[in-house]
Design a protein around this ligand. Structure first.
Ligand SMILES: C[S@@+](CC[C@H](N)C(=O)[O-])C[C@H]1O[C@@H](n2cnc3c(N)ncnc32)[C@H](O)[C@@H]1O
Length: 277
């Protein structure tokens, strides 16, 4: 092993700790990916490069590239249909009744860690009345992610039908009418009427929330990569974004950090959490 490689081995844990500080991921889980990223660099002096990473600010291009290599962007429309059905059948009608009582014009939703936008657009379809017989709900929806790369795709709202594991792998029968005529090789584009109430901005879940007074916050399949401290901090931000009575939707593998602040709303295969006053 050369001297340079030995030095990289020494610097890897420091870089993994810096990644943990910046995006919350468990250091042990990112070491392999960091090593691969460094190995793939053409730059002759990788050790100097790692030193630069250790001191450069969050917006630095080298950092953005490294962080991007750590991220998992797996997502698809109508993921966890049981949760979506619970939202459609019970949660959203209740939230909308409260909104009308309070004389507010719109519900406000935040999908945090939205990746390429399928989850955010799913909520827009749901609000537009995706569930048969439901009336459209006025709902503004903000999608956020730390990755500008996926946000650029989310904003296009264009999704190709590729193969069995593409964005359309879990469309429930009741939502299928939104995707009629979609065959392999074709692209589904978000209908124009859904776009006016949806926006996407970059946001790191370790930073204070980009919204307050939200009725609904989704953060699914994202906190599973965080260590305990980062998860606590991110969940604190999700909770702070919600108005009292607002509802938090986590991924199936996530546990609530502050259960006293919420009451569960349960369906046979799904649980979401209402923020207590
Ligand atoms: C596996 S995807 C989940 C997408 C969607 N929520 C779903 O359930 O299908 C996780 C997303 O979280 C984003 N992410 C990871 N760490 C983040 C952080 N610290 N702040 C904001 N987004 C983050 C990733 O870029 C990725 O797009």
């Amino acid at each position: 092993m050369s001297m340079v490689e030995t030095d990289i081995d020494a610097v890897l844990p420091r870089l993994a700790a810096a990644v943990n500080q910046r995006i919350g991921f468990r250091p042990a889980d990112v070491m392999g990916k960091i090593a691969s990223s460094l190995a793939g660099l053409a730059m002759p002096d990788r050790y100097a490069y790692t030193q630069r990473l250790a001191i450069s600010p969050p917006g630095d291009l080298a950092w953005s590239r490294l962080v991007e290599a750590m991220l998992v962007h797996e997502t698809y429309f109508f993921r966890h249909p049981a949760q979506i059905e619970l939202l459609c059948d019970q949660v959203l009608p209740e939230l909308d009744a409260r909104r009308r009582q309070a004389g507010r014009a719109m519900l406000s939703a935040w999908t945090a860690g939205c990746s390429t936008g399928e989850e955010t657009w799913t909520m827009a379809l749901v609000a537009a009345g995706a569930r048969v017989g439901s009336a459209p709900l006025p709902m503004s929806i903000l999608g956020t992610d730390i990755s500008e790369t996926v946000l650029a795709k989310a904003r296009t709202g264009a999704y190709p039908r590729l193969h069995a594991l593409d964005s359309f792998r879990a469309i429930p029968a009741w939502a299928a009418p939104h995707f009629t005529g979609l065959s392999e090789g074709r692209t589904w584009t978000v209908p124009a009427e859904l776009r006016h109430a949806v926006s996407f901005v970059a946001h790191n879940l370790l930073d204070p929330p980009p919204v307050t007074g939200a009725d609904l916050v989704l953060c699914r399949n994202t906190l599973i990569y965080f260590d305990e401290a980062a998860k606590r901090r991110a969940q604190g931000h999700l909770a702070a974004a919600l108005r009292p009575g607002g509802v938090l939707v986590l991924g199936a593998a996530d546990t609530l950090d502050d259960p006293q602040a919420f009451e569960p709303i349960e369906a046979p295969a799904a649980t979401v959490y209402r923020k207590l006053a």
